[in-house]
Design a protein around this ligand. Structure first.
Ligand code: THU
Length: 156
C-alpha cells in the first residue's frame, strides 16, 4: 500500500498586509454583502472578482422560496464575469459574509459547487486564480483554486 498526503498552503494575512488592489477587492466583496437577497438564511455573502484587465465585478447570494433555485455569491459574480468578459482571465476572487449585524469572524469559504465553478474558469484561462477568504480579523490567501479542491474533476 502507498500513501498520498495532500497539503494546502494558506497564507493568513491581515487587511493591512494586502496590496492596494487586493484591499479594493475585499472592500467590494464587503460592499456586495449589502445587496444580498437572503430572507431565508439571513446569511449575506459577497464576492468580488478581479479581471486581468483591472475590471472588478461583484456578486452576492440570491435566494428563492424554492430553495435550490437560489445562487451563491461566488457563482453570481463569476458567471457575470463569464458573460461580460468571456475572454479575460480572472486573477483573483475575494469572498466574505455578513450575518447578525456583523462580518463573520472566520474566513468565509466557498461551497463545493462554487469551488468547482471557479475552478473551471481557472482551467479555461490556464492562469491561476488567487482566492481571498475574508474574515473579520484575518484573511486566508490561496494561490490557486486547485488548493480549495484537491483531486478535482476537470476534463474527460
Ligand atoms: N452561500 C454563498 O453565497 N456562498 C457559499 O459559498 C456558501 C453559501 C449562500 C447560499 C445561501 O444563500 C446562504 O449562503 C446560506 O447557505
Amino acid at each position: 500500500m502507498d500513501e498520498k498526503n495532500i497539503t494546502t498552503k494558506i497564507l493568513v494575512k491581515s487587511y493591512n498586509e494586502l496590496k492596494d488592489v487586493e484591499k479594493q477587492l475585499v472592500d467590494l466583496a464587503k460592499e456586495a454583502t449589502q445587496d444580498s437577497y437572503s430572507p431565508y438564511s439571513h446569511f449575506q455573502v459577497g464576492a468580488a472578482i478581479l479581471l486581468e484587465n483591472g475590471v472588478m465585478i461583484k456578486g452576492c447570494n440570491q435566494e428563492n422560496a424554492a430553495f435550490p433555485v437560489g445562487i451563491c455569491a461566488e457563482r453570481a459574480a463569476i458567471f457575470n464575469a463569464g458573460a461580460n468578459y468571456p475572454d479575460v482571465p480572472i486573477t483573483c476572487i475575494a469572498v466574505t459574509a455578513f450575518t447578525q449585524g456583523d462580518f463573520v469572524e472566520d474566513p468565509c469559504s466557498p461551497c463545493g459547487v462554487c469551488r468547482q465553478a471557479i475552478l473551471e474558469f481557472e482551467t479555461r484561462s490556464g492562469k491561476p486564480i488567487k482566492v481571498m477568504l475574508v474574515g473579520k480579523s484575518k484573511i486566508y490567501v490561496l494561490d490557486t483554486v486547485k488548493d480549495l479542491l484537491p483531486l478535482c474533476f476537470t476534463e474527460f
